[in-house]
Ligand binder design. Sequence first.
Ligand SMILES: NC(=O)c1ccc[n+]([C@@H]2O[C@H](COP(=O)([O-])OP(=O)(O)OC[C@H]3O[C@@H](n4cnc5c(N)ncnc54)[C@H](OP(=O)(O)O)[C@@H]3O)[C@@H](O)[C@H]2O)c1
Length: 242
Amino acid sequence: MRLQNKKVFVAGVSRGLGYAVAHMALKEGAEVTINARDGGKLSQLVSTLSRYGKIHSVKGDLSTPQNAKEVINTAVREMGGLDGLVITVGGYVEDSVENPSGLEEMLTNHVKVPIYVVGAALPHLKGGASVVMVSSMAAINVADPSQLSYASAKASMVKLVEVLASELLDRGVRVNGIAPTSIRGDFEPDQDWTSTRKLGDDSAPPGDFARVAIWLLTSESEWVDGVVIPADGGARLKRRGG
Ligand SMILES: NC(=O)c1ccc[n+]([C@@H]2O[C@H](COP(=O)([O-])OP(=O)(O)OC[C@H]3O[C@@H](n4cnc5c(N)ncnc54)[C@H](OP(=O)(O)O)[C@@H]3O)[C@@H](O)[C@H]2O)c1
């Protein structure tokens, strides 16, 4: 098991990617704490996932530095340490420069929250720890005119990964990210999804992206730092220039 005795915090857990990451981390031997604002959903996920290992939840909104500190401190108290941090906080708004209605929310969820969470975790992260953020192929692919705030915020996250990795280099803490394509459907523990997609598909089930995030948490990826990995099953290769 690649995460034996590791303590992993997963921020912004949904029934998709965050759920898959928590499940796979438990199966790899980690003790896990999941977070979101909806306590009812967290309780349901904890009740399903507790058969795979030691899991806790901390309800809380991570959009202020103080809240992030309280949530992280509670998680670290519960687990007795912090070796891995996966930030899967979501939110998607379509807008344009004529009416940038999603700007505040997208910058908060995809830029400020990751900064607050890593800042709050900093006192607990020791050498060998790994931070994983979730950007999007929308930050890398040719721009969609309806994604002003979302794509701009996710692209900021790509640079944020590099800056934080640079800042934490001397501490021996790695910071990386994944850039998923569209995430298809909810995660179902112990179901093999691999026959439902093929290389080149524009979307894929949560497990395909979670596996990359888990790899970034493990020491198998210890020579990878400050990068965002496109996790698109090669879909971008279909868009050939001419
Ligand atoms: N879905 C896609 O097609 C897609 C594609 C590319 C990238 N991504 C990225 O992949 C990640 C996971 O995607 P997803 O679709 O599973 O995400 P999601 O459902 O949009 O969001 C994940 C969870 O974040 C929580 N959240 C939102 N704001 C929060 C806050 N301030 N504090 C704490 N938790 C908060 C929400 O739970 P509560 O409401 O309970 O707080 C939500 O369930 C996200 O970063 C997303 O941007 C998604």
